[in-house]
Design a protein around this ligand. Sequence first.
Ligand code: NAD
Ligand code: KPL
Length: 304
Amino acid sequence: MSWHVLGAGSLGGLWAARLFRGGEPVRLILRDRTRLAQYRAGGGLRLTEGDTTSLYPLPAEAPEAGNSIRRLILACKSYDAEEAIASVAARLEPDAEILLLQNGLGSQDAVAARVPRARCLRASTTEGAFRETDFHVVAAGAGQTWIGDQLGTQAPPPWLDTLTALGFTLRWTDDIDARLWRKLAINCAINPLTVLHRCRNGELRQHASEVADLCSELAALLEAMGLAPAAQGLQQEVEAVITATANNRSSMLQDVERGQRTEVSYLLGHALPIAQRLRLPVPQLEALHQRLRARLEERGLPVD
Ligand code: NAD
Ligand code: KPL
């Protein structure tokens, strides 16, 4: 049974190359025929791991290709997810499974609403990869990927073991939304501040009280949402992530430095309306969002 990977960027490239290398039938879905021609001209997908770069001649196709899709890995950014799934919706088999790799929250519901018959599995990953050039991905640090159903009611898919054997570190969870919310909270406490202070993650240790104030409001929000376990020890984990990734530029800072749209709408922009609905005051988070939007505007980037 074939895999399709939609979005041949950093994570999509990493997943597709590993599947191909492991002997799994896998096809890339590129945005259009121009991208397809560019990809074919390069001879395939390059993956660098450590000192080794390999070229994998994965088959690729346009969204309107004729074959049907049974298992899809959706690997685009959150803000592209709904349009991307719409471009292949007509090709999905009735019992299709879609693995959603998007960070933050909000895009997963939008995708699921577009394809109500498909089984949409949500992932929260700490795997790292970046694009060296088009169709050349560099694996930037092993992480693990939690996968689950929205309602946590179904059994894990049997291919989880197959993928684990190919080198993916995958864990099944019955409460993926709690995992996604925890990661969202960590990203809200770190990423915007790295943009505002134009600093690497580790330099946030010089802004410890600002980080602590954000963590306290984020923990209160998780608790108010009935996600108390996801709130527990949040500040300590944020501090540990800051230390463990001290030398990294956050994904949001990298987006801003490259002049690309950020995923803020799926992080702070997703959390704040919920706090408002719950009538929970979160002044530090509101101020952070305002300051971030102003900075994005200054840089000529979308504020959502
Ligand atoms: P990316 O920008 O490197 O790749 C996204 C790819 O999707 C691009 O090649 C883009 O052209 C393609 N795309 C967008 N819309 C498309 C469409 N309609 N049809 C076909 N292709 C389309 O992004 P990424 O870094 O791989 O991130 C993907 C998601 O994974 C994001 O939500 C990100 O936050 C999350 N994530 C990434 C990493 C990482 O290390 N890169 C780690 C954890 C989570
Ligand atoms: O997930 C991250 C990101 O940059 O998006 C952290 C954990 C902050 C690491 O940089």
